[in-house]
Design a protein around this ligand. Structure first.
Ligand SMILES: O=P(O)(O)OC[C@H]1O[C@H](OP(=O)(O)OP(=O)(O)O)[C@H](O)[C@@H]1O
Ligand SMILES: NC(=O)CC[C@H](N)C(=O)O
Ligand SMILES: [Mg+2]
Length: 492
């Protein structure tokens, strides 16, 4: 997952974009970048690492201009090389810089098409470079005179016609303004906000609403599926919904794991969704295991904490902080290689043994993906003296790859793929394993919302809202499985 933000300001924006990127750091830890527009000049700084490592005070000061975009990256295509960091830039038909969250599922075909038909050269394996070039080609193709908002919107409609997958993007167009757009299914999130300043109205677009809260902007709305918003250089906001828009199905995994609990996505509070996930899971435990012998309920920090508290209350069992997290180690799931992920869990989490000694504990996590975390914490719980170690997951078994911007490309790496719950339990070493049911999860996330058509829950259900070309998943696995990437890195 990546994080994106764009600000149309009335004063310099680089420092605020830096803050926005830091607020979105949980969405991508591999690389960060910013591009600003100062008159007709685009200024850019990008690099590998966390926001605080990539930028210095000096480099931020060099990003002059009152309009800009920023990106934090967690790759789902290509690799972690500096030339694949974002925002990316093209100079024809005018300067365009773009930051992308998501993943295209037809980027190979598009790349070939761009070369053969549109005479555009793609230099990396990044699908975001493909997306940017399709946008640039469509802007060029829709008239030759001045680039009006109508022309930009026709170009984005062209993007929706050609690109398939999940995408939320922010872009700077030289001489035009700040553009944001969302894929036709609304899979990836993006919100639009505004604030009144002494010098006039300012606008922001960002992956999550928490950025608006912290930078002092008011939420206008999420972008709808297939919607674009353009703030032209004269400060006017223009909005347009493409005729390519489809029923709205946002990514369910955002609510389970990715987004911060203090964000709202598509009018749904992530925090409340997670509280309800905990309640639903407690109901299932009470239904299927009324005579349970759990002595303590322990969250796996950080993300599962919100769901864990109501779960313990409903079970009537003590909530205990038995696992302590080192706050200086990032999220392990979004680390690039399996070796690093496995090493990090142990460095990141430690037990408070008195919470485990001679007790039957229920560990609660938001999700079990590769099983890296669960295997290790169950072992740690045993070493700390637990009598029985049970595990509950606030989401169902992750059995299928994600192809819309979350880097789980290979079914073979998912601990639940092709396995029954008892086989998974055995594999991770738990005494009992309880998973949330998918309909319960969807109900918990949706709350009272009747507007959403549903969710992209493909990693749980294997149903992909865009449809997939035959052989796509096999080809993706062959290209992006951990072992394949590791081989490429070491050149062996
Ligand atoms: O089965 P796995 O492959 O281990 O993946 C699932 C785990 O990864 C995530 O935690 P992460 O450490 O990334 O972040 P968190 O601190 O926000 O929970 C998630 O919350 C689970 O704990
Ligand atoms: N996680 C994401 O949103 C990734 C964006 C893009 N596909 C990249 O690999 O850079
Ligand atoms: Mg976790």
């Amino acid at each position: 997952m990546c994080g994106i933000a764009g600000i149309f300001g009335r004063t310099e924006v680089a420092a605020r974009l830096y803050d926005a990127m830091t607020i979105l750091q949980h969405r991508g830890q591999d690389a960060a970048g910013m591009t600003t527009l100062d008159g007709n000049r685009m200024r850019s700084a990008r690099g590998i690492g966390l926001v605080r490592d990539v930028f210095s005070e000096r480099s931020v000061a060099g990003l002059t201009g009152e309009i800009g975009i920023g990106h934090v990256r967690y790759p789902t295509a290509g690799c972690d090389r500096p030339d694949e960091t974002q925002p990316m830039y093209v100079n024809a038909p005018c300067g365009i810089a773009l930051g992308h969250n998501g993943n295209l599922i037809n980027s190979e075909e598009l790349s070939a098409e761009l070369f053969a038909r549109d005479r555009r050269h793609i230099n990396t394996e990044s699908d975001s470079e493909v997306l940017l070039n399709i946008l640039a080609h469509e802007v060029a193709a829709h008239g030759s005179a001045r680039i009006t908002p109508e022309r930009v919107f026709s170009a984005v409609d062209g993007v929706h016609r050609r690109c398939r997958g999940g995408y939320a993007t922010v872009a700077l167009i030289a001489g035009v303004g700040l553009l944001g757009f969302r894929d036709p299914h609304g899979i990836r999130p993006i919100v639009l906000g505004q604030r009144e300043s002494r010098d006039g109205r300012e606008y922001i677009m960002a992956s999550e609403s928490v950025v608006l809260d912290l930078l002092g902007f008011d939420l206008i709305s999420d972008l709808a599926p297939g919607e674009s918003a353009l703030i032209t250089l004269d400060g006017e906001l223009h909005r347009h919904v493409s005729d390519q828009a489809r029923p709205h199905t946002p990514c369910l995994f955002e609510y389970v794991y990715f987004a911060r609990p203090d964000s709202m996505i598509d009018d749904l509070s992530i925090y409340k969704a997670r509280l309800r996930m905990g309640e639903a899971l407690a109901e299932k435990i009470l239904r299927e295991w009324p005579d349970h012998d759990i002595d303590a309920v322990i969250p796996v920090p950080d993300t599962s904490r919100t769901a864990c508290l109501p779960l313990s209350q409903m079970l009537g069992v003590k909530y205990r902080e038995g696992l302590i997290k080192n706050r200086y180690i990032g999220r392990t799931f979004i680390m690039p290689g399996q070796e690093e992920r496995a090493r990090s869990v142990r460095r990141k989490l430690n037990t408070i043994s008195l919470e485990f000694r001679n007790k039957n504990v229920l560990l609660v996590d938001d999700s079990i993906v590769r099983g890296t975390t669960s295997r290790q914490i169950i072992q740690m719980a045993r070493e700390a003296g637990a009598r029985k170690v049970y595990l509950a997951s606030a989401s169902p078994p992750v059995r299928y790859p994600n192809v819309y911007g979350i880097d789980m490309p290979a079914a073979s790496e998912l601990v639940a793929a092709g396995r029954s719950e008892s086989e998974i339990r055995e594999r991770i070493g738990a005494d009992r394993l309880i998973y949330q049911e998918l309909p319960d999860l969807e109900k918990a996330v949706r709350g009272k919302n009747r507007r959403l058509a549903g969710f992209d829950s493909s990693c749980f259900s294997g149903r992909y809202v865009t449809g997939l070309a035959d052989g796509y998943l096999e080809e993706l696995e062959a290209r992006r499985a951990d072992a394949v990437r590791q081989e490429r890195r070491t050149g062996s």
